[in-house]
Design a protein around this ligand. Sequence first.
Ligand code: NAD
Length: 248
Amino acid sequence: MERLINKVAIITGAAQGMGESHARTFVAEGAKVILTDVSAEAGQKLADELGENAIFIKHDVTCSEQWAHVVAEAEKAFGHVNVLVNNAGILGPMVKTQELQEADYLKVCDINQHSVFYGMKAVIPSMIKAGIGSIVNISSIAGIVANYGFPSLAYVASKFAVRGMTKATAIEYGEKNIRVNSVHPGFIKTPMMVAATNEEGGDALAQIPLGRLAEPKEVSNLVLFLASEESSYITATEHSIDAGMTAQ
Ligand SMILES: NC(=O)c1ccc[n+]([C@@H]2O[C@H](COP(=O)([O-])OP(=O)(O)OC[C@H]3O[C@@H](n4cnc5c(N)ncnc54)[C@H](O)[C@@H]3O)[C@@H](O)[C@H]2O)c1
């Protein structure tokens, strides 16, 4: 299966969880992948395991200078970038608004939201040179509904923003053959989710019509579709992958 042949992809937050799964899937489908993360040891280990079509770059997504470096290194190694998966994110404190510290609010918005702006701004020139591009912004069901299970004004704010930024950028760059879509996972079995609930989902299970958490690979299948030419007429859309959680 080589559904991503001729694709050069940057995936952020690729050292673990869904980002790791996306990186494994993309390489298996023929893409050349730049994995980035603040977690250097795990990221490098994964890139080594994935072989010559994967490189790791230590990268804090909140730093626009580092984004310029990542794009330059990607172009040097593999050519123009034509896929970007803005995946890195944090949950932040799950506390009510009165207890939420200003610094925590800003940190969540920096990592989850502002990074998406920095990433798209840095990568779009490379996509324009490539003549084609697909940007997949990882939001959340918390970018569709506010009552997704945990109190967190900052997380909801950042994930709603990503959904809007996706549409705005998609409209701007359609004429350049760059598609931009958002993905809205429900409860996925990753270190982030297990830390917030437990392996099986804890109290969250009762809210999930399919009655289980998802494996990261189930989300990778959607991200793969959006990155590939199979989704060539799909842009400016949000894609829930939540076992029905946002149906009501
Ligand atoms: N797990 C879920 O159920 C779930 C649901 C909805 C949305 N999401 C979103 O999916 C994405 C991936 O989540 P996950 O569950 O795999 O999380 P995770 O915590 O398992 O992995 C996130 C990765 O992002 C990296 N990261 C954190 N801050 C960073 C920074 N400043 N710069 C670069 N990398 C950074 C971490 O080191 C980690 O490797 C996130 O955007 C998250 O908000 C997750």
